[in-house]
Design a protein around this ligand. Sequence first.
Ligand SMILES: C[S@@+](CC[C@H](N)C(=O)[O-])C[C@H]1O[C@@H](n2cnc3c(N)ncnc32)[C@H](O)[C@@H]1O
Length: 171
Amino acid sequence: MSERFYSDARLYDRLFPGGEPAADFYKAQADRQSGTVLELGCGTGHKLIPIASDGHPCTGLELAPEMLAEAQRKAHERGVEVEWVQGDMRDFHLGRTFDLVFIAANSLLHLHETADLLSCFRCVRAHLAPGARFFFDVFNPNVRFLADADGVRRTRDSLSFADPDRGKSQG
Ligand SMILES: C[S@@+](CC[C@H](N)C(=O)[O-])C[C@H]1O[C@@H](n2cnc3c(N)ncnc32)[C@H](O)[C@@H]1O
């Protein structure tokens, strides 16, 4: 499923234009940590291009060649230097370590098997310099919210999120 979903990188960027608070979070971590940065599942570079613009040496590893090509195109257009690597976060060997490694925007949830998560984390560990930090974000679904699903498929425009714990609606 992820291969087809990520085969149209420009469509991905239209659906998810970036600039969200998470981008600021990762940028702040890169500033705080300083040094070299590796993002796994970097997509079209939403997080990594702004970090590289700040002068941090950045490497982005990504499975989908289409996403990687778009990341490369955008970085080039903005005159930003990033090392782009096509690869699988479950099995990569870059031959050096990094000061900050991160996996953003639920990308880790593409790994469904425990063995895949373990091999990814083992690879991450092998790429961490002394004192390095590793961050990832994944959404934390509310079981009650999921159990209430009515089976109706809705378009993105009509979606709204109601937090059952707060009883408040957010568009
Ligand atoms: C939700 S997108 C996030 C992209 C980017 N990190 C961002 O913040 O916009 C998930 C990305 O992970 C990539 N991906 C999925 N499985 C992967 C794997 N095993 N190794 C490397 N990248 C993978 C997808 O191709 C996709 O570009």
